[in-house]
Design a protein around this ligand. Structure first.
Ligand code: FES
Length: 123
């Protein structure tokens, strides 16, 4: 007998479950073969995903695991020099790379789980 949940979580491009976003509002994922990590962040009833690489000098945004958001959970914050990015579009609204943006990744949310869109798997 096949466990359907197990089959879904092993699908290519699996990033995390929406429930993984509850504690901090965001979740960091390291993907095998990817040069940079992925940030999955809660947005409305779904999520957004970005490459975990600050456009200022290219560092990951977080210091502690899964801690990407400010106290309001409305902006992602880079701990290196304090740049702040909108959750919905990744645009930097303050800091040294203002108006630059995090690289967005297409995702699919199915059954409460977040996957990279198939086109993103080719990169
Ligand atoms: S590396 Fe992110 S603000 Fe400088």
């Amino acid at each position: 007998m096949t466990n359907e949940n197990t089959a879904v979580t092993k699908r290519a491009g699996y990033l995390c479950a929406l429930s993984d976003l509850e504690a901090t509002g965001a979740y960091g994922v390291e993907r095998e073969g990817a040069a940079f990590g992925t940030i999955v962040v809660r947005f409305d009833a779904g999520a957004r995903a970005y490459v975990n690489r600050c456009p200022h000098i290219g560092t990951p945004l977080e210091l502690f695991a899964h801690n990407f958001l400010d106290e309001t959970r409305q902006q992602l914050v880079c701990v290196t020099h304090g740049a702040r990015f909108n959750v919905d579009d990744g645009v930097c609204t303050s800091g040294p790379c203002i108006a630059d943006k995090l690289r967005a990744l297409e995702i699919d949310v199915q059954g409460g789980e977040v996957f990279l869109a198939p086109a993103q798997l080719k990169e």
